[in-house]
Design a binder for this molecule. Structure first.
Ligand code: BGC
Length: 436
């Protein structure tokens, strides 16, 4: 259960929100072009329950109801993503235009993410040109919404999109390139830098990115385990953050990237106004164990120079992820130490857990522990300016289909009925309390 100690107050002006993404909730797939995820989910065996996101939460047709839920929840901000395939469809931007107006009318600040994995099916991150196409997409969106939207996120978790989608093949587009997937990382970083330029050119000044991060703990003090964990830490925590914040790749990586890397790094390191961290759980990593292993539903080939291990001694979510709130304090303080004054203010752009049931005290315990952990980082001097729960609604959880429920609001996918869970009430009460 959540502790009964009063929740400490976060600083005035702290931004409380919830997050979603287009492909996971929107549905209305026939009102836009196909994305790599539509192609991927049509292939047998790709999604655990064989489902697709063609309808999902039918949010495009029910967004008014969802905005009412946000207003009632009392969040300051709503992080959603703009579907690139929808923006390219005739009239596709009209939907976001209405959504933004409805959010503002409800007193909720819109915070769009410009790419959350649903790449148009005819594009490919292995091609450098996709970065240029992304900048055009961003320019179109900001031209239409920039008079009302002031806070922007360029990309969501390019690390997962590279690793799961292009290196291991468990997400769209389903490639198994292992380290040959590195150009996908570079092109997304370049796309981010070009997007920052396009947003600035349109006069916006509140720009961030949402990257996934978490502590990597070595399986033992053994040299081989420590080296493997360090390597994994580079992939998860430095591969994207170093170029963005320091203007360089971690040692040994730059030479593996395509094109004029030095020139691109100048674009990639365009200053941003805040840095978004999506945090769920830490990872324990050791030396390779020989042979393919399965971890968290992901098959990890034997060629990888590390192996992911169980974290014992902590409760786990319905997804099997360990619940370790103090690791959020750790990742925030490590980031502040590692990047010093190169780190702009931080926002926790995603944090949440999969559990079933309406009386979700386990989710309340998870969120309560993580907000306290965030507060400890603030007390330790980290400039954290916001917290977004993943997610408002139960939704299409990628390769897991509808089997993992992350929402504060339960969705019955047969009837589309929304029912707030106990955690929704808990979060609403927390926000009221925080505002005194
Ligand atoms: C992603 C979300 C996803 C969540 C839970 C994050 O990696 O940004 O789209 O639903 O984690 O797996």
């Amino acid at each position: 259960m959540a502790t009964t100690n009063p929740m400490p107050r976060l600083p005035a002006g702290f931004l409380w929100g919830v997050s979603t993404s287009a492909h996971q909730i929107e549905g209305a797939a026939d009102e836009r072009g196909p994305s790599v995820w539509d192609v991927f989910t049509a292939e047998p065996g790709r999604v655990r329950d064989g489902s697709t996101a063609a309808v999902a939460c039918d949010h495009v047709h029910r967004h008014r109801e969802d905005v009412a839920l946000l207003a009632d929840l009392g969040v300051d901000a709503y992080r959603f993503s703009v579907s690139w395939p929808r923006v390219r469809a005739e009239g596709g931007l009209d939907f976001y235009d209405r959504l933004v107006d409805d959010l503002l009318a409800a007193g909720v600040r819109p915070v769009p993410t410009l790419f959350h994995w649903d790449l148009p099916a005819d594009l490919d991150w292995l091609e450098r040109d996709t970065a240029e196409r992304f900048a055009e997409h961003v320019a179109r969106v900001v031209a239409r919404l920039g008079d009302r939207v002031t806070k922007w996120i360029t990309l969501n978790e390019p690390a997962e999109h590279t690793l799961l989608g292009h290196a291991l093949g468990v997400h769209a587009p389903g490639r198994t390139l292992l380290f040959d997937a590195l150009p996908v990382a570079h092109h997304q970083l370049l796309a981010h830098g070009l997007a920052v330029r396009a947003l600035r050119a349109a006069g916006t000044f509140d720009i961030g990115i949402a990257n996934s991060h978490g502590p990597t703990w070595p399986a033992s003090d053994d040299e081989a385990d420590v080296a493997a964990a360090d390597f994994y830490d580079t992939l998860l925590n430095r591969l994207f953050a170093d170029p963005l914040l320091l203007g360089r790749y971690p040692e040994g990586i730059g030479g593996l990237m395509p094109g004029d890397v030095e020139a691109d790094l100048k674009i990639i390191a365009e200053p941003i106004d805040w840095y978004g961290i999506n945090y769920y759980a830490p990872t324990r990593v050791g030396a390779p164990q020989g042979g393919e292993i399965e971890f968290g539903g992901v098959r990890m080939p034997a060629e990888l120079p590390f192996s992911v291990r169980e974290i014992a001694g902590h409760p786990v979510t319905g997804f099997g992820w360990p619940v370790v709130p103090e690791a959020l304090t750790e990742v925030l303080t490590v980031f502040a130490d590692r990047y010093g004054d190169r780190l702009p203010p931080v926002v926790v752009t995603e944090n949440g857990c999969a559990y079933d049931g309406l009386d979700d005290t386990d989710r309340i315990t998870y969120l309560d522990g993580h907000v306290r952990a965030l507060h400890r980082a603030v007390e330790a001097g980290v400039d954290v300016r916001g917290y977004f729960v993943w997610s408002l609604l139960d939704n299409f959880e990628w390769a897991e289909g509808y089997g993992r429920r992350f929402g504060l609001v339960h969705v019955d996918f047969d009837t589309q009925r929304r029912t707030p869970k106990a955690s929704y009430g808990w979060y609403r009460a927390l926000l009221r309390e925080q505002r005194g």
